[in-house]
Write a protein that binds this ligand. Structure first.
Ligand code: UDX
Ligand code: ADP
Length: 480
């Protein structure tokens, strides 16, 4: 029986291994993590992450061929294939601070694998890492190998949160990179055989190690670049009276461009886009390619501009001050159908409003108060460490209250900001909300999900991204 072990029971490791276990009943899959509470949650009825369809998959396999354990060394030593899916934070100190990936957790995982291994193993890079990490890991493994053969593969994950199970069931492609030696090719085949249980062969792409590593960074950079492009257009739409949804539709109809990932928004978030682009920028700089580095840096700059512009729009619309005003924040997760808040645009928007002394009342159906308080008090880049190594119980901010209902959040508020496109925000009773708010009542829709005409009829002053401006907003101070 083939044994697989995955180090890191996070957003990637957990769902990916659950689907492998479901699709390959004859393979034994163990997911291990240094965080004991995280493993306990995977073994309980309340999984540590919210992902549609995940509960069902886990329930079908857990205890049969899927196991969650904190006995990291035992499961690694027994495995034939070891996936590594640990945190790769952005460095905050030293060489490459603010850009380069901190490979501390990766390195300690690699040293542990070398230490405990008694048989040959295939080690698979699952978490996104900078190009040429495999080479470094290979060195750590072989220099500590005691005669054991390690083959390293890069098998980057392309799942998106909120649709992870669907993405894993029917991936556009599975990418496997390995050494071009006979042993390397044999390892590629072993991993390909796992995916071949449910993925058609023509969707399994095999490449060399560096192409696989770079393709992941490139794919995320291209996706993020589309969002920054459409967000840049949205500012021009507001200035000219064009409607960004109409522009996106018209542009996306060109089959060479395609319709996906052209929704203007308050900005992209998530654990990957910014981090991967920063990595790409750093690699370009290290390779003497400053023009290429600057090109990709601009994608992040436009994203930061998008968030800052949204805050400016709110403040300028509300008579140039939000000091002491209650602002309801609807949605805190970085997108709908996840409770994940890593790099969510809500953090920067909330911090911007708090900087202008607003009182925030926040509601998100999947994000806890503790998480929100933690996010708002954490330093940039500090989020991507195992939970037990993050600063504990931050002092809660008095200006921020977290409530469990959109109606409570909006009661007596001066304005509403929609920051996540949760479906439930489309069908709220906006008349009831309006009646319970201060007047004039504002809605700032950072996701373009509300029915603007209907809300204006009720009496709201509405701002939607990249849409012709409300008469009220036109008279307010210009937004840079
Ligand atoms: C992304 C990639 O899609 C995935 O392939 C990779 O493996 C990991 O990174 P994820 O971060 O989970 O996945 O979410 P994604 O759906 O890509 O959304 C990222 C951000 O972009 C979200 O904040 C989302 O709201 C925003 N977005 C997306 C837009 O603002 N507009 C769009 O049109 C699409
Ligand atoms: P991702 O979104 O890439 O899955 P997460 O942060 O959700 O990232 O998950 C990474 C997991 O890896 C965390 O649960 C963390 O506790 C775990 N981890 C980090 N370092 C190690 C290690 N050396 N051994 C085992 N688990 C680790």
């Amino acid at each position: 029986m083939v044994k697989i072990c995955c180090i890191g029971a996070g957003y990637v490791g957990g769902p990916t291994m659950a689907v492998i276990a479901l699709k390959c009943p004859e393979i034994q899959v163990a997911v291990v993590d240094i965080s004991v509470p995280r493993i306990s949650a995977w073994n309980s009825d309340t999984l540590p992450i919210y992902e549609p369809g995940l509960d069902e998959v886990v329930k079908k396999c857990r205890g049969k061929n899927l196991f969650f354990s904190s006995d990291v060394e035992k499961h690694v030593s027994e495995a034939d294939i070891v996936f590594v899916s640990v945190n790769t934070p952005t460095k905050t100190q030293g060489l490459g601070a603010g850009k380069a990936a901190d490979l501390t957790y990766w390195e300690s995982a690699a040293r542990m694998i070398a230490d405990v291994s008694k048989s040959n193993k295939i080690v698979v890079e699952k978490s996104t890492v900078p190009v040429k990490t495999a080479e470094a890991i290979e060195k750590i493994l072989t220099h500590n190998s005691k005669g054991i053969n390690f083959q390293i593969l890069s098998n980057p994950e392309f799942l998106a949160e909120g649709t992870a199970i669907q993405d894993l069931f029917e991936p556009d492609r599975v990418l496997i990179g390995g050494r071009e030696t006979p042993e390397g090719q044999k390892a590629i085949k072993a991993l390909r055989d796992v995916y071949a249980h449910w993925v058609p062969m023509d969707r399994i792409i095999c490449t060399n190690l560096w192409s696989a590593e770079l393709s992941k960074l490139a794919a995320n950079a291209f996706l993020a670049q589309r969002i920054s492009s459409v967000n840049a257009m949205s500012a021009l739409c507001e200035a000219t009276g064009a409607d960004v949804s109409q522009v996106s539709h018209a542009v996306g109809k060109d089959t060479r461009i395609g319709p996906k990932f052209l929704n203007a928004s308050v900005g992209f978030g998530g654990s990957c886009f910014q981090k991967d682009i920063l990595n790409l920028v750093y690699i370009c700089e290290c390779n003497g390619l400053p023009e290429v580095a600057n090109y990709w840096k601009q994608v992040i700059k436009v994203n930061d501009y998008r968030k800052a512009r949204f805050v400016n729009r709110i403040v300028s619309s509300m008579f140039n001050t939000v000091s002491g005003k209650k602002i309801a924040i609807l949605g805190f997760a970085f997108k709908k159908d996840t409770g994940d808040t890593r790099e969510t645009p809500a953090i920067d928007v909330c911090k911007g409003l708090l900087g202008d002394k607003a009182m925030l009342s926040i509601y998100d159906p999947q994000v806890s108060e503790e998480q929100i308080q933690r996010d708002l008090s954490m330093n940039k880049f500090d989020w991507d460490h195992p939970v037990h190594l993050q600063p504990t119980s931050p002092s809660s901010m008095k200006q921020v209250s977290v409530v469990w209902d959109a109606y409570a959040a909006t009661k007596d508020a001066h304005g509403i900001c929609i920051l996540t496109e949760w479906d439930e925000f489309k069908t709220l009773d906006y008349q009831k909300i309006y009646d319970n708010m201060q007047k004039p009542a504002f809605v700032f829709d950072g996701r373009n999900i509300v029915d603007v005409a209907k809300l204006r009829e009720i009496g709201f002053i509405v701002y939607s991204i990249g849409k012709p401006l409300d008469e009220w907003l036109k008279d307010m101070p210009a937004v840079a």
